[in-house]
Design a protein around this ligand. Structure first.
Ligand SMILES: Nc1ncnc2c1ncn2[C@@H]1O[C@H](COP(=O)(O)OP(=O)(O)OP(=O)(O)O)[C@@H](O)[C@H]1O
Length: 353
């Protein structure tokens, strides 16, 4: 079932952490709340779960108003960063907890627990205690425990943050598979843009207790609506520029003394804007390329990263931009070299400053 949040406010004492937030998560959607530390994503998740009370507004699961219900009456499955397993219970008893809490007994419980643990590749550790498991195994147990009760919604708070990089990618895949299999509406909290982009159907980028932009991973990355979103999701060169409309629907901008054209994403008339250029959309060449607009610059420094090279370049007036080159000879440009930065107007967007 879907989640509908309307005009939600949450306070801690006198401090309002979330104010007037409205959001719809469609049924079966993998929805990610993405944002830096302190933006309120955990608070929002805890309010959806019922652990933090709403001070105003409404939360509905599939049309049912759950705003005033305690967590155990909301039919949620929850997975935490620190696993939150019961240390004195076996793996099997941890997973059985939710089933027993709602009065299920006997061999039916054992079968469900075994099947849930087999599904996460842990059918062989039923009688172990959590202390005898690795971090990745503990998080798999926590996932099995959350899903065995067939919850209405699955809520996950930074579940991959305590795992090392390789394991994180593996468990990411397990989570996605299980989520798709159960077709369960999921809210996933993270500050990691790669997790958000790779796992989600829909991302809400949070800033100071508000969802600043809501969209698919592709929409969030390719068409950020604010400088904050452009900067938080992926790397972005952002520079304030004077803007003039053109007849073609593009805008003319002036960057470091050079007139160029870019895509108009200003959402209304403006005489200045924020030009957003992704480093991978800037191509470095020794001379201007015919038919491609370009900006003269000088290489300041470069970082060879194996599959690509990241360059810092300086344009007239001291404007510093980052460019990233892929493909053969991507590390060819030495610091101090005069170069040209080419880009397609479609990849250069001007948004509200
Ligand atoms: N129990 C609490 N009492 C008072 N203030 C709190 C409490 N929990 C969180 N806050 C405050 O609410 C704001 C949002 O915190 P929240 O934990 O929701 O952010 P977050 O985006 O999840 O960050 P993090 O990733 O660091 O957990 C912060 O300013 C925080 O200090």
């Amino acid at each position: 079932m879907g989640i509908a949040i309307s005009n939600l406010s949450v306070k801690y004492g006198a401090e309002t952490v979330i104010s007037g937030l409205s959001l719809d998560v469609p049924e079966g959607c993998f929805f990610t709340l993405l944002g830096p530390s302190g933006c309120g994503k955990t608070t929002l998740l805890r309010t959806i779960a019922g652990f933090a009370p709403a001070s105003g507004g409404q939360i509905r699961f599939g049309g049912r108003d759950v705003t005033e219900l305690p967590p155990h009456k909301r039919a949620i499955g929850m997975v935490f960063q620190d696993y939150a397993l019961f240390p004195d219970k076996t793996v099997a008893d941890n997973v059985a907890y939710g089933l027993r809490a709602r009065g299920e007994k006997g061999p039916g419980v054992e079968q469900k627990v075994k099947a849930a643990l087999e599904r996460v590749g842990l059918g062989h550790v039923l009688s172990r205690h959590p202390a005898a498991l690795s971090g990745g195994q503990r998080q798999r147990v926590a996932l099995a425990r959350a899903l065995v009760i067939k919850p209405a919604v699955l809520l996950m708070d930074e579940p991959l943050s305590n795992l090392d990089a390789k394991l994180r990618v593996q468990i990411r895949e397990t989570i996605i598979e299980l989520q798709r299999e159960a077709n369960i509406t999921t809210v996933f909290v993270t500050h990691d843009q790669e997790e958000a982009l790779s796992m989600s159907d829909l991302i809400g980028v949070m800033n100071k207790g508000k969802v600043e932009q809501l969209g698919s991973p592709q929409q969030i990355y390719a068409t950020p609506r604010t400088g904050y979103v452009a900067d938080f999701v992926g790397a972005a060169n952002r520079t304030e520029v004077p803007v003039r409309p053109t007849a073609s629907g593009l805008v003319e901008v002036e960057v470091a003394g050079t007139r160029l054209v870019a895509t108009d994403a200003l959402e209304g008339p403006a005489d200045k804007g924020l030009l957003v250029l992704r480093p991978e959309d800037l191509a470095i060449s020794a001379a201007p390329v015919a038919g491609r607009q370009s900006l003269p610059a000088t290489v300041r420094s470069r970082q060879y990263l194996g599959s690509r090279t990241s360059y810092s370049v300086e344009c007239a007036g001291g404007l510093v931009l980052n460019a990233e080159m892929h493909g053969a000879g991507h590390d060819a440009f030495q610091p101090g070299t005069a170069i040209h930065l080419g880009f397609d107007p479609a990849a250069a967007r001007v948004i509200r400053a």
